[in-house]
Design a protein around this ligand. Structure first.
Ligand SMILES: [Zn+2]
Length: 271
């Protein structure tokens, strides 16, 4: 056997060792964010849908509130070999939350709100659909405000006595004017003082489709396009929009998939 063949054999053996057991961090549960790093040039799909991979192999994805019990993650490595992993997605049970005393218009929006809601929803969708190579999400998340957790992700909502769609945020109740900080660094994609249901709203793009959205803000102290660091002041707690009292509603998305903010702070470096 000549020298070239020997080195080729070693390479194949070694590469198999490197490729085995892809890294998966986070929570493989309903509402969970999952991330890892693989070999650069790898392609990944989750249940047949492409998962973006960074030049250095970073990847991230998440599971919705109603994710099915099993998902299939497929890695296609630079040499063309593939690895398929079955993920058992943990099922959770969600509470029922009753919220009373909401401004009636915010529970059943009047027809004259329809046109403006269309514009506002479009701005939210566009802000969350930006795809960048930024890796702010790799640094973990911190809670955006001091205060009491007053509403949870996934709960079935009964608003002013009427059953409504589930709640997708983590509500933190605090006095009006309490500072709100960026849960992670990123680029501000949406900053508006007075959406009909959300009140003051900020959407921060942490990269790779991971975003934070903050609702009901009294003041919004950032502008679209601005870059913020984790912990930077972005505004203050308010009670604007569909709110029965002062709180901030924090949402985390992976693209259009809604995730549980409490899971990302438990997993991250919240002090
Ligand atoms: Zn809320």
């Amino acid at each position: 056997m000549n020298r070239f063949k020997i080195s080729l054999l070693i390479l194949v053996f070694f590469s198999q060792a490197v490729y085995s057991a892809p890294e998966l961090n986070g929570n493989i549960v309903q509402g969970g964010l999952v991330w890892g790093q693989t070999m650069a040039g790898t392609r990944i799909t989750l249940d047949g849908q492409p998962v973006p991979v960074h030049d250095q192999g970073h990847y991230v994805f998440g599971f919705s509130r109603d994710a099915v019990p099993e998902s299939v993650l497929v890695f296609t490595y630079p040499d063309g070999s593939t690895e398929s992993i079955k993920l058992a997605v943990g099922k959770r049970s969600f509470d029922i939350e009753r919220v009373d005393g909401l401004p009636p218009k915010t529970v059943t929006p009047p027809p004259e709100w329809t046109a403006r809601r269309k514009i506002e929803n479009g701005r939210v969708r566009r802000a969350r659909s930006v795809q960048t190579n930024d890796l702010y999400w790799t640094k973990g998340f911190v809670r955006p405000a001091e205060g009491r957790f007053s509403g949870f992700y996934g709960s079935q909502r009964i608003l002013n006595g009427e059953p409504r769609s589930p709640h997708y945020g983590l509500d933190i109740a605090a006095d009006i004017g309490t500072p709100i900080m960026a849960p992670a660094g990123g680029v501000v994609r949406l900053a508006a003082p007075d959406f009909l249901l959300e009140g003051g709203i900020v959407i921060i793009d942490h990269g790779f489709g991971v975003t934070s959205t903050l609702f009901h803000m009294n003041s919004v102290d950032v502008t679209e396009g601005e870059t913020v660091a984790q912990g930077d002041l972005i505004g203050t707690v308010g009670a604007k929009g569909r709110a029965s009292g002062p709180h901030v509603d924090w949402r985390v998305n992976w693209k259009s998939v809604r995730l549980d903010p409490l899971l990302v702070i438990e997993e991250g470096n919240d002090p």
